[in-house]
Design a protein around this ligand. Structure first.
Ligand code: FAD
Ligand code: FES
Length: 512
């Protein structure tokens, strides 16, 4: 388990139902970046218990775009240790050890306007509520929540859900299923509820039996595994019972064991010595590296690694979907080499780590900004050098016109446009979209600033703008002073509004 636990204070507690409470966490300014998150992610808590340090994950029921605080919701489990400790003993003002947010149970950004179907059972509603809020607030996608509970008194967030329904009656549909009325939800009922939403993106979280029913219904409805995500609410094996789990580890014969394997981590290649019995993750940690990981029990998916060659065996792989395995993804915390042939893994590429794994841009503060000549949405040609000695330039690279994050960012620049002008700055947006696309984006959102088209990616390359997760074009903002020197760089795919706030602060300082 990585050592990145931080002490946070409990700022508030909400009694949601008779057996579930929400805990609001105060995050100090110095940890804001580390605790940035995406809707659907979870926090890992460390709690001293009976001479051990137990780890428990709790999904964030808050959403970054709608709640100013981080909130988790813990439901009592019969004879469960930490869930009952939370509900009985944790008080406002207590401090608790927490690891920054992680998890892959998040919306894909390239799903266009496909609907989102959320299936939550009991406390499994927490991550799906977070996704519901984020989707309604930041996208135009329709959302359907299918929410199963034992009885009326067990429904967590009933009031919140009603408020969202009132605000988005056209886009949100909610089905409440109560076991007390009609027994456990059946495969046929799930099929009925998802009819008409077959091309959507599906998120499922709930007790094991509920998840199994939903999985069967997906099979019957021919829902592709690539459209679905499952979050399993399980506790890790106690540290003192770990040895028992070793019994399920596949045998390795001596002639299968490589002396080392090659690992790519954050763009660097490392030769990692290998010892019989260790996982790829344990070997990497032993060699002094810090690859991403969390549960180390095969269910959170944070250690996903792409196997480029060689073979491994995994004791468990709950976090992987069949399509992940087909594409060569393995869990580094579970994977042990299966053949003497060298294993070449690429660790950490499957996980998004807010604030912790941002690639660096190659043009940094103090560098001379590369000049360029490009065409704007109005068909005019502009170059950076024309502003030399005259204006501060805010050059912001973004992934794609009309996508939710880019629309938020562009509209935030629009809303602060007068402040930028007053401080003597011009704002220029850059993406690979065509001039035509820029024109309609600008008209649609009344954008008063320039957008330039970088179809050949020359500008992106000149500034060394990195891709996010090796896939999405990066979101990076540069503030360039009147002498053509870069004074500020901000690189974050998610925090679109912060790009504007930070740029404006720097522009104002330069003007002062
Ligand atoms: C990604 C993720 C997100 C999660 N999000 C949430 C959330 O938002 N809200 C929420 O309420 N929960 C959530 N969980 C579940 C949570 O992490 C805990 O698993 C849950 O609270 C139970 O923990 P516990 O310590 O109370 O129970 P445990 O002490 O782990 O016990 C769990 C069960 O195992 C039995 N048990 C315990 N010890 C033993 C033993 N030695 N031998 C046999 N049986 C035993 C207990 O009787 C009990 O039934 C999440 C889990 C994951 C992985
Ligand atoms: S660290 Fe959680 S699956 Fe490997």
């Amino acid at each position: 388990m990585p050592e990145d636990f931080h002490e946070l204070h409990i700022a508030g507690i909400v009694q949601e139902t008779h057996d579930a409470r929400s805990y609001i966490l105060a995050v100090p300014e110095s940890l804001r970046e580390a605790f940035r998150y995406r809707a659907g992610q979870f926090l890992t808590f460390e709690v001293p218990w009976d001479g051990m340090r137990l780890h428990r994950c709790y999904s964030l029921s808050s959403a970054p775009e709608t709640d100013p605080w981080l909130k988790v919701t813990v439901k009592r489990v019969d004879d469960g240790r930490i869930s009952n400790w939370f509900n009985d003993s944790v008080k406002v003002g207590d401090s608790i050890l927490v690891q920054p947010p992680e998890g892959r149970f998040v919306m894909r950004s390239n799903e266009g306007d496909h609907g989102i179907v959320l299936l939550g059972g009991g406390s499994g509603v927490t991550p799906v509520l977070s996704i519901l809020k984020s989707a309604l607030r930041t996208t135009t996608r329709d959302v359907k929540l299918i929410y199963a509970n034992r009885d009326e008194h067990s429904i967590i967030f009933k009031g919140d859900i009603d408020l969202w329904l009132a605000e988005f009656p056209e886009r949100l549909e909610v089905i409440h299923h109560l076991d007390s009325d009609s027994g456990l939800m059946s495969i046929g009922e799930v099929q009925e509820h998802i009819r008409g939403w077959e091309d959507g993106e599906f998120f499922v979280c709930g007790p094991t039996g509920y998840m199994d029913t939903v999985e069967e219904a997906f099979k019957a409805a021919n829902i592709d595994a690539g459209q679905t995500k499952f979050e399993r609410f399980i506790s890790p094996i106690d540290p003192d019972r770990k040895d028992a789990s070793a019994a399920v580890v596949p045998e390795q014969s001596d002639d299968e064991i490589p002396e080392s394997f090659k690992m790519l981590l954050e763009g660097q290649s490392h030769e990692v010595p290998y010892e019989k019995g260790l996982t790829l993750l344990a070997s990497a940690v032993k060699a002094g590296h810090k690859p991403p990981s969390s549960c180390e029990d095969g269910y959170c998916g944070c250690c996903m690694a792409l196997l480029k060659s060689g073979e491994v065996n995994m004791a468990t792989h709950d976090a992987l979907e069949p399509s992940d395995i087909e594409r060569g993804w393995v869990l580094a915390c579970q994977a042990r080499p299966a053949l003497r042939r060298r294993v070449l893994g690429s660790l950490g590429h499957g996980c998004y780590f807010p604030g912790r794994r941002q690639a660096m841009t190659s043009i940094g503060v103090g560098a001379s900004a590369p000049d360029f000549t490009k065409t704007t949405q109005n068909g005019d040609t502009i170059s950076l050098s024309q502003f030399r000695g005259e204006k501060t330039v805010v050059l912001y690279f973004y992934p794609k016109d009309e996508t939710p994050g880019c629309t938020v960012e562009a509209c935030t620049f629009r809303d602060s446009f007068e402040d930028f002008v007053e401080a003597g700055a011009v704002v220029i947006g850059v993406s690979q979209d065509s001039e035509k696309s820029h024109k309609s984006f600008a008209i649609h959102h009344r954008l008063p600033f320039l957008l330039v088209s970088d179809r050949d990616k020359a500008l992106q390359k000149a500034y060394g703008v990195p891709k996010t997760m090796g896939l999405l074009p990066g979101r990076v903002t540069y503030v360039i002073d009147r002498d053509g020197t870069v004074q500020h760089v901000f690189n974050s795919q998610l925090n679109a509004k912060k790009h504007v706030r930070e740029a404006l602060d720097v522009v104002k300082q330069l003007a002062a």
